[in-house]
Ligand binder design. Structure first.
Ligand code: PMP
Length: 407
């Protein structure tokens, strides 16, 4: 029991409530829903509305949702979905087997399960800087200590880790990485760095939390093998995947691919959380895969997302040329935009407030770092808006930046 006073009420709070930091990313959904004026949404990492196959899903739902789909399901996942998933992963070059898979309630539950298994209070967890802070929020909720490690255009600078760890004075128990089209930077870890990371993890006995929701969403360049594909049998690699960006986030269906010994504990942990993942949605996804629709759907996404990335880069050049620097991802959803020159003095948390009034939303850099770094940067999601809307949004962002400078 813990005596903290929270939200003006004194209750017998558990110690861990000190570490429930919340997520600005998730909170932006309700914040934006409450706004009455028109807002261009670069904040959430949502698929394009046009890229959600809702008509096909509704048709499938009408056929497959028989009475048994509304009963409790197996904790490890619906057998029909597991069967389809094995074939899907195999075709993507990530061969797996049913004794490695557990269907989860989105990728977030996969991250939570990894921390349940491997993070004790005070354990050191290396994360990329910047990173997806819902992941670091999960680590913090288990009492883990975060060590932010720098990135460059080839992803996590693996060569920098030994010195960081030496300075920390203890070995990490986990390294959390989003290797492909990283959230938020959009960068992809190079093959040599992936191999070096696996080597280092083995040397340290650290778990590699391989969070890869965007790997299927490549619209340019050559594929790089995933960490799972590079180390298919390595028990230290714990892979978290999700259909949120591939089909739709509201489904809340994802999966973990882990060593069979870990899987038994994952099932126990999930039984203490939510019994099983939503069965109707698993059945719908299974049928979507069985008909080969997911493969077709993924092939069509490059035609939506590449023009949007280019549109955002072009609009940034048009309205903010010389005032920002951006990354150039070959897939995924995000551009990482850094203010340069005199504009770098503007704090993007303040810019966010002004931008909201100007009718555009994004995620400020400090919300993507456990230590609140990157006050001069922001994450822009190009996936959710049409090229025309992107241009409107970037123009509004430029107006907001002028207003921030004038304060
Ligand atoms: N990891 C990363 C890197 C993500 O970007 C997301 C979603 N934004 C998740 C995990 C969580 O996925 P889900 O929405 O399926 O829980």
């Amino acid at each position: 029991m813990h005596a903290q006073t929270y939200a003006t009420t004194t209750l017998p709070w558990a110690l861990r409530t000190d570490h429930l930091v919340g997520s600005m990313i998730d909170s932006s959904t309700s914040l934006l829903a409450a706004q009455k004026h028109d807002i261009v949404r670069f904040a959430m990492g949502s698929p394009a509305a046009e890229a959600v196959p809702h008509a096909a899903m509704a048709e499938i739902a009408g056929r497959v949702l028989t009475a048994d789909a509304f009963d409790y399901g197996a904790t490890e996942g619906d057998p029909a979905l597991i069967e389809q998933l094995v074939a899907f992963c195999d075709a993507f070059g990530e061969p797996t087997s049913p004794d490695r898979l557990v269907i989860t309630s989105g990728g977030m539950q996969g991250l939570d399960l990894a921390c349940t298994l491997f993070v004790d209070p005070g354990d050191l967890v290396i994360v990329e800087s910047p990173t997806y802070t819902n992941g670091t929020a999960t680590v913090l909720s288990y009492g883990g200590d975060i060590l932010e490690a720098p990135m460059d255009s080839d992803g996590l600078i693996v060569e920098a880790l030994p010195e960081l760890v030496a300075r920390a004075g203890r070995l990490p128990t986990m390294i959390y990485t989003i290797p492909t089209f990283q959230n938020p930077s959009g960068t992809t870890m190079s093959l040599p760095r992936r191999l070096a990371l696996l080597e280092l993890a083995r040397e340290w006995g650290a778990v590699v939390l391989d969070d890869d929701p965007y790997g299927h969403l490549r619209f340019q360049g050559d594929p790089v093998p995933s960490l799972r594909a590079l180390a298919p049998d390595d028990p230290l690699v714990f892979s978290v995947r999700t259909f949120s960006k591939l089909i739709a986030p509201g489904l809340r269906v994802g999966w973990v691919d882990a060593d069979p010994a870990a899987r038994r504990l994952i099932i126990n942990a999930k039984q203490a959380m939510d019994t099983c993942t939503n069965v109707p949605n698993q059945r719908i996804v299974a049928e979507f895969l069985r008909q080969g629709l997911l493969t077709e759907h993924l092939a069509s996404l490059a035609d939506i997302y590449l023009p949007r990335k280019i549109a955002m880069q072009t609009s940034l050049e048009r309205h903010l040329g010389g005032r920002v620097r951006t990354t150039d991802p070959e897939g995924g959803f995000f551009l990482w935009v850094t203010l340069v020159g005199d504009d770098a003095a503007v704090d993007t948390r303040r810019l966010f407030e002004i931008a909201l009034a100007h009718g555009v939303a994004f995620i400020p850099g400090p919300a993507l770092s456990a230590n609140g770094l990157f006050g001069d940067a922001m994450r822009l999601c190009f996936a959710s808006s049409t090229p025309e809307r992107i241009d409107v949004g970037v123009q509004r962002l430029a107006g907001a930046l002028d207003a921030a400078r004038a304060e």
